[in-house]
Design a protein around this ligand. Structure first.
Ligand code: ATP
Ligand code: MG
Length: 612
């Protein structure tokens, strides 16, 4: 089927330059925008990869192994690669972690600090009989102990289970029960949520509490003080030499479409983490890199821990919540150069307005990336206007374990496109039988199996795993997309979300993107609503910008506006204004919930719903 949407305009570097901020200097701005423009023009830093096509043609994963450190016999450990090896490559005293707490206190840790601390924690785990393959869960805010513990789990060959600290008791119970977790590490503030479900967790032997003394804990229930254990442990540890196929972490998907799946990843993933951090994040030794994602989401684990550290980059973590002022302050204060975030955050920043951007210098930024949801073209355009940089979209999933399709820095950005498949990755668009479709046709987004970070199983659910490979030779992502003549991939929607209206298939993304181009609309979520005549009609839920009041005229205007942007069948016949949209903890709009509410149906698994 031909698509209604045309490939977006290519944004060439020159055009990007022309779009550099033109806003006048505002009070409080540290550097005039014109000067900033100069900086960008005068120091065009070369990207790690300059020629996509030749790298794509020549690359092999086997050759790339030379960038990693292996033990004898091809054994490997992802944490050794992320930290230990930097003690001997000149980075021993380089700051690996700039950890900013919720009150903006900064702590710095060198690679040597992380090495010693994770060794200690590894010994703590061993003293508690943690063996290779045991599940150890991390239920912590973004504090240094989270990073130390995750590395330590990998170092002893156990399986790390990252959890959002915002999870409630139900979400905890589901994940800890399903995985039969042996140990969990948490804080006194979070422990009450665990206590509520502890009786349902017979396999959970110990609860290690960061920031508590043993007097405040229940020793009979296996509760132990993190600090006291660490003080008693040695900082010498022999890092476990793992088979590349041994599990590294077990992470439940975001739950956007239904019950989260326990996706299992292995130590071999680090090869994919390393190469994609180099190509897509474009990290170099002098970078200060901030990934805003929590490690409870795959982005925060892969590109907040293993990938950037494997390259020896300096990583910024921030314990605080989203808030435009705090985020911009953090970028200015730590001189963040590479910033990896998500469309939902970018839309919220856009909602916060342009003024606040100009009140900060943000001069240090050289590369911005986004993942997790479709990145609306409007957001890319806005990013170029206010940050003076294109936002580089990239596509991947918990299951894929690493970025697979991306706008690498050397590629021209087409706003609305996810970019091109990475070297070593063959992605395609197929019909339901697995036949490849030509450019311009909508179909299933699939990938040839075999990239290093591909999921190895779904925990205790091999049947689910098999579903991803239902047609030999393809991994089915569950997303719909199309590719253009130049090989760029365009996301259309999740297969489950596709709307069938009067015989036309419409993806929610194009409608949502058109809606947020209306000056009154900040966010939009679109669903198909059953309709006698048309099968389904398009219904949109919108959040308006601050200070805009809803009215019948405004809604008509929005309808008219989208009707002009889209094909006649693709505009929303119904629009409802909401204060906020339901989102997962990873910030994704939960359209299935909008639909369930609309139709008065059961809401299904909402353990990953963001509640506040
Ligand atoms: P669940 O599988 O439990 O329903 P989820 O799919 O949201 O949850 P994740 O693995 O966190 O869990 O998200 C992967 C999905 O996010 C992709 O399949 C895709 O739908 C969406 N996504 C990720 N990156 C992009 C992107 N750049 N553009 C469009 N969609 C994206
Ligand atoms: Mg998914």
């Amino acid at each position: 089927m031909k698509l209604s949407e045309k490939p977006g305009k290519v944004v060439e570097e020159q055009a990007v330059q022309d779009l550099k901020p033109k806003a006048p200097k505002r009070a409080g701005s540290q550097v005039p925008r014109a000067a900033r423009r100069e900086i960008i023009k005068k120091s065009p830093v070369k990207a790690n990869v300059e020629d996509y096509a030749s790298l794509y043609a020549s690359f092999s994963w086997d050759q790339a192994k030379s960038e990693l450190s292996y033990f004898a016999g091809g054994k490997i450990n992802a944490a050794y690669n992320a930290v230990d090896r930097h003690l001997n490559d000149g980075r021993r005293n380089k700051v690996a972690l700039y950890s900013v707490d919720a009150d903006n206190n900064l702590q710095k840790f060198t690679f040597q600090d992380l090495y010693l601390l994770s060794n200690r924690m590894g010994n703590v785990l061993k003293s508690l009989d943690v063996e290779q393959g045991d599940r150890v869960f991390v239920f912590l805010p973004r504090v240094p102990e989270l990073y130390v513990t995750t590395l330590a789990i990998a170092k002893v060959g156990a399986i790390a289970g990252p959890l959002f600290s915002a999870f409630g008791p139900d979400a905890l119970r589901d994940r800890l029960q399903d995985s039969q977790a042996k140990i969990i590490v948490t804080t006194p503030a979070l422990k009450p949520k665990l206590d509520e479900v502890r009786a349902d967790l017979p396999d959970l032997q110990n609860v290690i509490v960061v920031g508590a003394t043993h007097q405040s804990l229940n020793a009979a229930a296996g509760e132990l003080s993190y600090q006291e254990l660490m003080d008693a442990a040695s900082d010498r540890l022999e890092c476990a030499q793992m088979d590349p196929e041994d599990p590294l972490y077990l992470l439940y998907t975001s739950g956007t479409t239904g019950k989260p799946k326990g996706v299992v990843h292995v130590h071999n993933d680090i090869l994919g983490h390393h190469m994609t951090s180099k190509w897509v994040l474009d990290l170099r030794d002098d970078d200060i890199y901030w990934c805003t994602a929590d490690p409870g989401w795959v982005t925060g684990t892969v590109y907040g821990i293993f990938g950037p550290w494997s390259l020896g980059a300096s990583v910024v973590t921030y314990e605080g919540r989203f808030d435009a002022e705090s985020w911009y302050n953090l970028i200015d204060r730590l001189k963040v150069t590479v910033w990896y975030t998500a469309p939902t955050a970018l839309r919220m920043l856009m909602k916060a307005g342009d003024e606040i951007v100009y009140e900060h210098s943000l001069d240090s930024l050289r590369h911005i990336l986004s993942v997790g949801e479709p990145l609306n073209p409007e957001v890319v355009r806005w990013g170029m206007k206010v940050y003076g940089l294109p936002i580089h979209d990239n596509w991947w999933q918990t299951e894929t374990g690493m970025q697979l399709i991306a706008n690498m820095p050397c590629l021209a950005v087409k706003p609305g496109s996810m970019g091109k498949p990475l070297p070593g990755v063959y992605a395609s668009v197929v019909d339901d039988q697995g036949h490849e479709l030509p450019a311009g046709q909508l179909g299933r987004l699939v990938v040839r199996p075999g990239w290093p970070a591909m999921l190895r199983t779904v925990w205790r659910n091999p049947a689910k795993y098999e579903e991803y490979f239902r047609i030999p030779g393809w991994y089915f992502s569950g997303d719909n997309a199309w590719k253009d003549e130049e090989g760029y991939f365009w996301f259309v929607g999740r297969a489950d979300d596709v709307i069938n209206t009067a015989g036309h298939r419409v993806g929610p993304f194009e409608v949502e993107s058109a809606l947020i181009e209306h000056p009154a609309v900040a966010e939009a979520g679109v669903i198909g609503k059953p309709d006698k005549e048309r099968g389904e009609i398009i219904k949109a839920f919108v959040v308006l910008h601050h200070g805009v009041t809803a009215s019948a005229e405004l809604l008509e205007d929005i309808k008219e506006f989208t009707r002009r942007q889209l094909a006649a069948h693709a505009y929303p016949r119904e629009i409802e204004v909401k204060d906020s949209l339901p989102k997962t903890r990873s910030g994704k709009i939960m359209r299935r919930l909008l639909k369930a509410w609309e139709l008065g149906l059961p809401t299904g698994d909402i353990s990953s719903l963001e509640e506040d």
